[in-house]
Ligand binder design. Structure first.
Ligand code: GLN
Length: 239
């Protein structure tokens, strides 16, 4: 029987809005189907084996925690994450973690380094934080679907010319409140500003990530409660 191997990056520091709930959902949806689930973690100063997981996860964080993580991630995990992405592992990054996938996050005079896994830059521009319920339309290879969640970020993210967003904003701000796009997707590397946490409100996305990570097709589950959570998140966003 196959198992989903998940590695959580900086689980203590990058867990704003209980983003670790995403891991709980991945675990439950595997176990409910009789699939194994193995969780490992890699924190400050710890090396990372690129072959140790099928899905690497990093959540959101405050600017302060992100500063600690940013330099460490470049030093101890940058190469491994590039190697993991190159062999098709899923990398899911939320908010602060998403910002660190790019080239850097500029706050005032300082620039937090990113691991350059995708071509994007984030800047803390003057102006209000981008806060509120948000819904986007995204196609992860099974037709357009809605992802609903909550965003709260000071940074504005701009994708490079060759990069594809994760989705189109239906309600909310998305990457920068201007261009109508949200997140990034390059192959199995996915970044998004959406918390909720993300996966409890979008069970279909959790399943799709498991499929991409394992190269399998999953049977549907009885998702009455999960569908109600999704509907509630969409209502909150007005979609
Ligand atoms: N600190 C980042 C910002 O404000 C990310 C915040 C978050 O992860 N919610 O832009």
């Amino acid at each position: 029987m196959s198992a989903l191997r998940v590695c959580s990056l900086y689980p203590d520091l990058m867990n704003i809005y209980a983003d670790r709930g995403n891991i709980a959902v991945l675990r439950a949806r595997c176990e409910w189907r009789g699939l194994g689930f193995e969780l490992s973690a890699s924190g400050l100063g710890e090396p990372l084996d690129p072959d140790s997981a099928d899905l690497f996860y990093i959540g959101g964080g405050q600017d302060r925690d992100q500063a600690l993580v940013a330099r460490d991630m470049v030093e101890t995990k940058r190469e491994a994450l590039h190697a993991a992405a190159a062999r098709g592992a899923v990398v899911l990054a939320v908010c602060g973690g998403y910002q660190l996938l790019g080239h850097g996050y500029r706050v005032g005079d300082s620039e937090l380094p990113g691991i350059g896994l995708v071509d994007l830059r984030t800047v803390r521009e003057p102006g209000p934080r981008l806060i509120g319920n948000c819904a986007i339309e995204a196609d992860l290879g099974t037709g357009p679907r809605v992802i609903a969640g909550f965003e709260n970020h000071g940074g504005r993210t701009y994708l490079g010319a060759g990069e594809q967003p994760l989705g189109r904003v239906l309600k909310g701000f998305g990457n920068n409140g201007r261009d109508g796009f949200e997140g990034v997707r390059r192959g199995n590397v996915i970044g998004t500003y959406l918390h909720g946490p993300l996966l409890p409100k979008n069970a279909w996305l959790a399943d799709r990530l498991i499929e991409l990570a394992l190269g399998v097709e999953l049977e549907p589950l009885d998702d009455a409660l999960e569908d109600a959570a999704h509907a509630s998140a969409r209502r909150a966003a007005g979609v």
